[in-house]
Design a protein around this ligand. Structure first.
Ligand SMILES: NC(=O)c1ccc[n+]([C@@H]2O[C@H](COP(=O)([O-])OP(=O)(O)OC[C@H]3O[C@@H](n4cnc5c(N)ncnc54)[C@H](O)[C@@H]3O)[C@@H](O)[C@H]2O)c1
Length: 323
């Protein structure tokens, strides 16, 4: 059994990936700075569940600090799964600096961990946002990623390029995973799914940027975590889309949430956000072919799981900040 370093372990994808790794009998060294990019109570909740497991060790550190590399001295690491990042296109327009620090410097430091301590596998979380304004839909990995539209996407492009240089120089096996929109229990409170569930169930207005006809390819968290683990296999250097197989408009998502919660939404439409894409949809044939990855959860089942989770945790989840 192996020992994996998971960065962003208290994050949405990092926590579930860590859980699944431990269920498979591996041990996990997690690192996260528990920043306040969104309500840290959600990160503490995920971390508490991980800390209760015997195969989990945790460091509360910032991966953008160069000295963080020393933390892992003497640790046998079989693979680094670099999920820690500042995420989200809109906030990256307001404060691009934190994106550059966490996403580029942070990735560099984690590549240094591989180089310094002989770890030969590196997974980097990248994003569908990297495909720019008018990619073909569904979008294959070969679509251009040279015209990022926001600092977030640009920072991920920088991270991908650094990973390639370390692959070339130090023979580190790299899988870049370009995630599309992910949702599920204990998901990010800055993304539509959890916000809509909370707003509708608590009778708060459902705020939508634009007319709600913009669409997203959504994928359930467990499918993403499984795909991330499958990506640990040796590939050389590969970029693989993961997720975004089921496309739904924001208005349809509201209707589905209304149906599954049995409550009517009060929708307020606002101006569109210029940093947002109108749609995204992944071509996931490479993930199927290279990783044998097949999504197992459809949108209805995944949304039901999210709503069930919310109802079970409602005492505190109703107060989670969903600005
Ligand atoms: N969730 C999605 O829909 C989605 C889509 C595309 C790409 N991604 C990428 O997947 C990865 C995981 O995303 P997520 O949804 O789990 O996000 P998340 O924000 O829930 O998790 C990221 C975690 O990293 C931590 N972190 C951030 N900067 C750090 C730093 N400098 N040092 C230490 N820890 C730091 C945060 O505290 C957080 O817990 C990110 O790289 C993100 O860019 C996610």
């Amino acid at each position: 059994m192996a020992n994996y370093l998971v960065t962003g372990a208290a994050g949405f994808i990092g926590a579930r990936t860590s859980e699944l790794l431990m269920e498979q009998g591996h041990t996990v060294v997690g690192i996260d700075n528990i920043n306040d990019a969104y309500d840290p109570r959600m990160k503490e909740y995920r971390l508490k569940k991980l800390m209760a497991k015997p195969g989990f060790k945790f460091h509360k550190r910032d991966i953008s600090e160069k000295s963080v590399v020393e933390v892992f001295k003497g640790e046998k690491i079989d693979g680094v799964i670099n999920l820690a990042a500042r995420a989200g296109v809109r906030f990256s327009v307001e404060n691009p600096w934190v994106f550059l620090e966490s996403n580029v410097m942070g990735t560099l430091n984690m590549l240094e961990v591989c180089k310094e301590y002989g770890c030969k596998k590196f997974i980097l979380a990248s994003t569908s946002s990297i495909y720019g304004e008018n990619p073909p839909y569904p979008t294959p990995e070969t679509a251009s990623s040279s015209e990022p539209m926001q600092p977030y996407a640009a920072s991920k492009k920088g991270a991908e390029a650094l990973a390639h240089s370390y692959h070339h120089l130090y023979d580190i096996d790299v899988t870049i995973l370009r995630f599309f929109t992910v949702y599920g229990p204990a998901g990010r409170p800055d993304l539509a799914m959890l916000r809509f569930v909370q707003w509708i169930l608590e009778g708060k207005p459902v705020r939508i940027n634009g007319d709600g006809n913009q669409s997203r390819g959504f994928t359930y968290i467990d499918d993403i975590a499984r795909g991330t683990i499958a990506a640990l296999k040796p590939v050389g250097y590969e970029i693989i889309n993961l997720g975004g197989h089921e496309v739904i408009s924001i208005n349809e998502l509201v209707s589905l949430t209304e149906e599954l919660t049995g409550k009517k939404a009060v929708v307020e439409y606002g101006p569109p956000n210029l940093a947002d894409m109108l749609t995204n949809q992944a071509d996931v044939s490479k993930a199927r072919q290279m990783l044998g990855w097949e999504p197992q959860f459809n949108l209805r089942q995944g949304m039901k799981n999210l709503i069930d989770w919310y109802m079970a945790e409602r005492d505190w989840a109703k107060d989670i900040l969903t600005p």
